[in-house]
Design a protein around this ligand. Sequence first.
Ligand code: AP5
Ligand code: MG
Length: 189
Amino acid sequence: MLNIVIFGAPGSGKGTQSARIVEMYGINHISTGDVLRAEIKAGTELGRTAKGYIDQGQLLPDELIIDILASTLDSFKESKGVIFDGFPRTIAQAEALKKMLAERSQEVSVMLDLDVPEEELMTRLIKRGQESGRADDNEETIKKRLVVYHSQTSPLIDWYKNEGKYQHIQGVGTMEDIFAEISEVINKI
Ligand code: AP5
Ligand code: MG
C-alpha cells in the first residue's frame, strides 16, 4: 500500500503533481478541496457550508473534513494506495489520518512537501484566477489562505519530521522535473 500525503502551500502544485502520480502508480486520489468544490457545484448543504469558509480562505472545521475523508476512504475498493491532497491541514487532521490508517493496518508511506516561495505562489494563483476563475484565487483571499497555511498547516512539517515521514521536494521548476524528483522518492519506498 502506497499512502502518500502531498503537502504544500496554496498553489504549490499538489493537484498538478497528484494527477501525474495517479497516472504513473495507479493509486486513488483524494483532494478535499475538489470534494468541497463539487459539493458547492451540486448545491448541497455541505456545499453551502463549505462555500462560506472557502470564500474567506479559512479552513473547514476538523470534524467535518475528517468525516468526509473517512467516507471517501471507505468508498475505495481493492485500492493500491491513496494520495492525500490538501489533507491533513492541521495537527488534529494528521492525528485522525494516522488513526484511520492504523485501523486499516496501514500507515502514511511518505509526506512530500512541495516547497515554493510565496512570490511564485501568488503569481501562479493570480494567473489561474484570471484564466479559470476559482472563487478563492483573488489577491485578498490568496493572502488569507497563506496566513492560514503558515499558522495552522505548516506545523505539520515538524509533525511529519517527527514521524520520520518527511520528504522535501523542490517545488519550483518544470512540472516534469518536479515529478522526476517525486518519482525518485516513491520508487525507493
Ligand atoms: P484546496 O483546494 O486544497 O486548495 P489549496 O491548498 O489552496 O491549493 P490549490 O488547489 O490552490 O493549489 P495546489 O497546491 O493544488 O496547486 P495546483 O496544482 O492547483 O483547498 C481550498 C479550500 O478548501 C481551503 O482554503 C479550505 O477552505 C478548504 N479545504 C480543503 N481541504 C481542507 C482541509 N483538509 N481542512 C479544512 N479545509 C479544507 O497548481 C496551482 C497553479 O499553478 C495551477 O494553475 C498550475 O497549473 C500551476 N502550476 C503547477 N505547477 C507549476 C509549476 N511547476 N510551474 C508553474 N506553474 C505551476
Ligand atoms: Mg489543489
